[in-house]
Design a protein around this ligand. Structure first.
Ligand code: FE2
Ligand code: FE2
Length: 145
């Protein structure tokens, strides 16, 4: 009965994770357009913070799901998430150096946007395939009890 319950929870959480990807994309797009349209420094920093905060939350959800299901590539995947957060930091520095940079909006799309697509299509997809293949363990029972 416990196993059944955790499977059901996993499915719901997994759907949440899919919806979160759209939101991370949307936040990357908003950041790029705010920079492109010469939004105020305050607004750009707000967009950067909002993206970073949301991405961290999303990554934590995914990593939690990987941990409780006993996913073997959990650590490597976690490192990739950290790389994305680092990239946000690099964008922040680049903006700080030259806020009027004409190339920065494209850099945002190219680095963050492309990275995301690649990560979601390959690494997140690999996890999705794995978790739906019935390989998952029931580590969540240990946490619940
Ligand atoms: Fe993801
Ligand atoms: Fe991921």
């Amino acid at each position: 009965m416990m196993g059944k319950k955790s499977n059901k929870d996993g499915r719901i959480k997994h759907l949440d994770v899919d919806g979160q990807h759209d939101e991370v994309y949307a936040k990357v797009k908003k950041l790029a357009s705010t920079i492109k349209n010469m939004g105020s420094e305050r607004e750009v920093f707000h967009r950067l913070f909002s993206l970073s905060k949301y991405a961290r939350m999303h990554f934590m959800e995914e990593e939690k799901l990987m941990f409780i299901s006993g996913y073997r590539q959990h650590q490597e995947h976690k490192q990739q998430h950290a790389e994305f957060i680092r990239k946000i930091g690099e964008i922040k520095s680049a903006y700080h150096d030259d806020r009027a940079s004409q190339t920065l909006p494209k850099i945002v799309q190219d680095t963050l946007g492309k990275w995301l697509r690649q990560h979601i299509e390959t690494d997140d997809e690999a996890f999705k395939v794995w978790i739906n293949s019935g390989n998952r363990q029931t580590r969540s029972i240990m946490i619940e009890s």
